[in-house]
Design a protein around this ligand. Structure first.
Ligand code: SUG
Length: 446
C-alpha cells in the first residue's frame, strides 16, 4: 500500500479583506483597513496549489465559508432587508460587519486537527474541526467547516468526523496550526506533537502577559482522546509564552515538522531540551533531524516578519524534501541567507521554492497556514471526493471561476453594498457545483 501526504489548501473567498480582527497577530493589526485584492489573493493561492502538483504532489482544495454571514448580524439585533442590515451594522457595529465578511477560512491549518489512520485506535482518519473561540470572526467557522470536511471525506469506512470541542475558553482549539506529526514514512504510526499556549486547569504553568494563548492543553488532550491516540502517539508540549507575546499566535509561526525533520526556532518551546528528549524517547528507532535555528542566525522578530517557519516542508517523489516559502523570506537578508545555506547542510531538505502569497501574509497567513495536511493511504485517497483534488483542468476551471466572480479590490465601504452579497453567494453556489460538495452553505439549505 502506498501513502501520501495531501495538502488541502483553502480557496480564498470572494470577500477577502483587511479588518484588523486578530489581536496578537502583528500583520493583521498593522494592515487593518487597507484595501485588499480578492482576485489576486485567490490567484496567489491557486498558483501555489498548482505548483505543488507540478512538483509531483497531490493537492486538494477546500471551499471557503459563506460570507458575509448575515445571520450573525441578525442574531446581534440588526433587522430588515439585507441592505438595511448591512447599512445599520456598518454604522453601529463595524467590527461585527467586518467579522461577518471575513475570509479567514482560507487558513485551513486552523480548520481542524487530523490524525492519520496509522496513529488511531480504530484505523480510520480522524477529523475534529477547530472551535476557534479566541476570535469572534473565526468562532463562526466550525459548523460549516465540519460540513465541508464531510463533503470531501464522506466515507465513514475510512473517515471519522467529530464535533468541534465545547465553545468555551477552557477548550480553545486552533486546529492543526498547533499540531505536527513526526513519522518515518507517512504510512507508519507517528508521534503527534500537540503544542499548547496555556492550561485552563493548571495555574502553575506560565502564561503570556500581553497577547492571548489561543490553544489550551485541555483542548489538545480532548482531541487526542477523541482520535484514539495514546501515550506512544501523542505528546503535549508547551509553547514558550514569551514568543506568543512577540506575535507567535500559533505554533506554526515558529516551528514546522515533516517525517523525521523538526525545524524550529531556539525560542519556540518553553523547555526545548526536555521536549527534544521526550521526542527522542518516543521515537527511539528514528534518525531524527532537529533543525534548531539560533537567535543569532535569525532573530525571532525576523522569523515573525518573514514567516520562515510558516513554510511547508514537503517530501518530493524523489524522497528529498523541499521547503515551500513565502517570497517575504527572500526580502530579509538573514532569512534568505539562512535558507540558502540550509540546503547545503546534512539534512533531507534539498530545495527551496518561493511563492508570492502576500495577500494572505498581510493578514498573518503564510504558505503553511493556507493548507491542512491529510496523510492518506491509496485506498483512503480513492475514497476522497475526487472533484476536490487539483488537476490541470480543475486549476483552469477555478481560475476562470475567480476571474468571473471576484472583485479586484475591497475596502470597508464596499462591505455595505448588497450587490457584494449576491456576487459572493452566486460564486459560492457555482463552486459547490464545481467541487460537487452538495448544499453545504446556509443559503442553500433554506
Ligand atoms: O487567525 N488572521 C488569521 C491568520 C491565521 C494564520 N494561521 C496559522 N498560523 N495557521 C488569524 O489570526 C486576520 C483577519 C483580519 O484581520 O482581517 C486573521 O484572521
Amino acid at each position: 500500500m502506498k501513502h501520501y501526504e495531501v495538502n488541502f489548501d483553502g480557496l480564498v473567498g470572494p470577500t477577502h479583506n483587511y479588518a484588523g480582527l486578530s489581536f496578537g497577530n502583528v500583520a493583521s493589526l498593522s494592515n487593518a483597513q487597507n484595501i485588499s485584492n480578492p482576485k489576486e489573493a485567490a490567484k496567489q493561492g491557486l498558483a501555489k496549489m498548482k505548483s505543488l502538483t507540478d512538483l509531483g504532489l497531490i493537492q486538494g482544495v477546500l471551499a471557503p465559508q459563506q460570507r458575509p454571514d448575515l445571520a450573525i448580524l441578525r442574531q446581534l439585533g440588526f433587522s430588515g432587508s439585507d441592505a438595511r442590515v448591512l447599512e445599520q451594522a456598518a454604522l453601529k457595529a463595524p467590527n461585527a460587519l467586518l467579522a461577518c465578511y471575513s475570509a479567514s477560512s482560507m487558513w485551513t491549518a486552523n480548520a481542524a486537527t487530523v490524525s492519520p489512520s496509522a496513529d488511531t485506535q480504530d484505523g480510520r482518519v480522524h477529523f475534529t474541526p477547530a472551535n476557534l473561540i479566541d476570535k469572534f470572526h473565526r468562532s463562526i467557522e466550525p459548523e460549516v467547516t465540519g460540513r465541508i470536511l464531510q463533503a470531501v471525506f464522506s466515507d465513514n469506512k475510512y473517515f471519522c468526523h467529530h464535533h468541534y470541542l465545547p465553545s468555551h475558553p477552557d477548550f480553545g482549539d486552533e486546529g492543526a496550526a498547533n499540531h505536527t506529526r513526526l513519522c518515518q514514512q507517512y504510512g507508519n504510526a507517528g508521534l503527534e506533537l500537540f503544542v499548547f499556549g496555556r492550561s485552563s486547569y493548571n495555574p502553575k504553568l506560565p502564561y503570556p502577559r500581553q497577547f492571548p494563548a489561543r490553544q489550551t492543553l485541555e483542548a489538545s488532550q480532548a482531541i487526542a482522546r477523541l482520535h484514539g491516540l495514546d501515550d506512544d502517539t501523542a505528546l503535549f508540549i508547551q509553547q514558550n509564552p514569551d514568543v506568543i507575546d512577540q506575535g507567535v499566535f500559533h505554533n506554526d509561526v515558529i516551528a514546522v515538522g515533516n517525517q523525521n525533520v523538526l525545524f524550529y526556532h531556539q525560542q519556540a518551546f518553553l523547555n526545548p531540551q526536555a521536549t527534544m528528549d521526550a521526542i527522542r524517547a518516543r521515537l527511539p528507532d528514528m534518525e531524527l533531524h532537529f533543525i534548531e535555528v539560533k537567535e543569532q542566525e535569525v532573530s525571532l522578530s525576523d522569523a515573525v516578519q518573514s514567516y520562515l517557519f510558516n513554510t511547508q516542508i514537503v517530501t518530493l517523489p524523489s524522497g528529498d524534501m523541499a521547503i515551500i516559502a513565502p517570497t517575504n523570506c527572500q526580502e530579509i537578508p538573514a532569512v534568505a541567507d539562512y535558507l540558502k545555506h540550509l540546503v547545503e547542510q546534512n539534512t533531507p531538505i534539498k530545495q527551496i521554492h518561493y511563492f508570492d502569497v502576500k495577500q494572505s501574509m498581510k493578514n498573518g497567513g503564510g504558505p503553511a497556514c493556507l493548507r491542512l495536511r491529510v496523510a492518506l493511504s491509496d485506498m483512503e485517497l480513492s475514497a476522497v471526493n475526487p472533484n476536490t483534488l487539483l488537476t490541470e483542468k480543475l486549476y483552469q476551471t477555478l481560475t476562470h471561476w475567480v476571474d468571473k466572480h471576484y472583485r479586484e479590490q475591497l475596502s470597508f465601504d464596499d462591505l455595505r453594498d448588497p450587490k457584494l452579497v449576491t456576487e459572493s453567494y452566486t460564486a459560492l453556489d457555482e463552486l459547490t457545483q464545481i467541487l460537487k460538495l452538495g448544499s453545504i452553505y446556509p443559503f442553500q439549505r433554506v
